[in-house]
Design a protein around this ligand. Structure first.
Ligand SMILES: [Zn+2]
Length: 171
């Protein structure tokens, strides 16, 4: 590696770490503040066997939830932020684990979402988890989209495409 390449690599690493740190802080704060709402939607989702979700929006360095979507409405597109900009999304997995599927990560990369939060699980093993969408996921974007088109969207997303920020278990 040339000196120029190694410098550029270190510079990218530095910016990526800084970007991640800011995302982490905002998401942890968001989870503290909106855990009751996410928990309620996860329970409702399981009971009714329908997906709920909302966009995570950002304004003046703070995250807040957009309007709640239900069922097919969430599959087509989680509602946009009326104020602020899109940061990520929260959605539920009725009777399924709180981990990102191929289509979750494919859609997050297509819509430039930085994070995916999922409420899911069953009975005593429920949790709300937020994941960081990695630079690797952005590189693999079109492979993931191809998988969705082949009908493999429900599969577990490859491990390098997301990183756990925080999980909060509940019953
Ligand atoms: Zn999902």
């Amino acid at each position: 590696m040339s000196a120029e390449e190694s410098l550029s690599k270190r510079r990218n690493g530095f910016f990526e770490r800084r970007r991640k740190k800011k995302i982490w802080e905002k998401v942890v704060e968001f989870m503290d503040e909106y855990f009751p709402e996410m928990k309620e939607l996860t329970e409702k989702s399981d009971k009714e066997n329908v997906e709920y979700g909302f966009m995570m929006c950002e304004s003046t360095n703070k995250l807040f939830p957009g309007r709640t979507c239900k069922g097919d409405e969430c599959e087509l597109d989680i509602k946009d932020c009326s104020i602020g900009k899109k940061f990520g999304n929260f959605h539920t997995h009725p009777s399924s684990i709180a981990e990102p599927s191929v289509s979750d990560v494919a859609f997050a990369t297509l819509r430039s979402h930085k994070v995916i939060c999922i409420g899911g699980g069953m009975g005593e093993d429920r949790k709300i988890c937020c994941y960081y969408v990695t630079p690797e996921a952005r590189k693999m974007k079109w492979d993931l989209v191809d998988k969705v088109e082949r009908g493999e969207g429900h599969e577990h997303s490859p491990e390098e495409t997301y990183e756990e920020i925080r999980c909060i278990p509940f019953r």
